[in-house]
Design a binder for this molecule. Structure first.
Ligand SMILES: C[S@@+](CC[C@H](N)C(=O)[O-])C[C@H]1O[C@@H](n2cnc3c(N)ncnc32)[C@H](O)[C@@H]1O
Length: 274
């Protein structure tokens, strides 16, 4: 079959999982052939030689398997990152967290940052790319994530700025000399029923406890305990109120919440007095 006909045939299998079935089949074809879109449009009438491999990917996609896990790639902050099953796929709303952090870090000379829950490495890698002189320790409990983040740091040529370390929150971080802690921790309630689009991602990256904000609270207390000035976190759209209540009882200087692209409350900047 020609590429054009393959796209027509296989997109029928994806009608129920995406509103852009033909586009997704094209993306999978390009992934298999390691070609770009221009090539595809110039070679639409060529015979397609990897139908067996394509079929396997399309059938997985038809069961709501994320495109990013099939193509092993995702975009974040206008850049490309490697992704892998077993590690959270980057979300566009996390770009706000990076933006807020960069604003502060650019005012500090050679800042030192601790990232908790590095996942694929998108936050630490972008900070290392955008903030001159930065040094980061990036931790996670997931070994696959730490390996992937390291690979992304190498791909973006910032591996010298980031030390990756296995640690459950602060337990393996003896250092106290950070200017900032940054985290997009798991913050969903344990028994929340996830949509099909998220169920292939690791629960350890999504669920934050019985209420959902337990890890966020531990990170707030840990940052305060280490006498670190800034804490920036992503959070759930419904966590502004409980976190405001929680933080009210902890001595701090400033607390600002921010919203995401859809105007949901999505995170906060907490500043302690030094
Ligand atoms: C929501 S994901 C965020 C990943 C990445 N930073 C991002 O923004 O895409 C949360 C990450 O926290 C990690 N994590 C969960 N519990 C942790 C803990 N107790 N200590 C350190 N990392 C943890 C998970 O393995 C996961 O990689």
């Amino acid at each position: 079959m020609t590429i054009k006909n393959i796209v027509r045939e296989y997109s029928k299998l994806l009608k129920n999982v995406t509103h852009i079935p033909a586009k997704e089949v094209e993306i999978l074809i390009l992934h298999l052939l390691q070609k770009n879109v221009i090539w595809l449009h110039l070679n639409n009438d060529e015979e397609f030689t990897k139908e067996k491999e394509l079929k396997e990917l399309v059938l997985k996609r038809a069961k709501d398997f994320p495109m990013e896990y099939l193509t092993l790639k995702a975009s974040f902050y206008g850049e490309q990152f490697h992704v892998k099953e077993g590690v959270l796929i980057p979300r566009p709303e996390t770009e706000f967290l990076v933006e807020k952090a960069v604003e502060i870090l650019k005012t500090i000379e050679n800042p030192k940052v601790l990232e908790i829950g590095v996942g694929s490495g998108i936050i630490s890698v972008m900070l290392a790319r955008l903030v001159p002189g930065i040094k980061i320790i990036a931790v996670d409990i997931n070994k696959i994530a730490l390996e992937l983040a390291q690979k992304n740091a190498q791909y973006h040529e910032v591996e010298d700025a980031i030390e990756f370390r296995e640690s459950d929150l602060f337990t393996n971080v003896a250092e106290n000399d950070f200017d900032m802690v940054i985290s997009n921790p798991p913050y969903i309630q344990n028994d929340f029923k996830l949509g099909v689009n998220v169920m292939h991602e690791p629960g350890s990256a999504l669920f934050g406890g019985v209420i959902g904000d337990e890890l966020l609270k531990d990170i707030i207390l840990g940052t305060k305990g280490k006498d670190i000035k800034y804490l920036l976190c992503e959070m759930g759209y419904d966590q502004l109120k409980p976190l405001t209540e929680f933080i009210k009882d902890i001595k701090h200087h400033k607390l600002n919440f921010y919203k995401d692209y859809e105007n949901f409350d999505r995170g906060f900047t907490l500043e302690f007095k030094k």
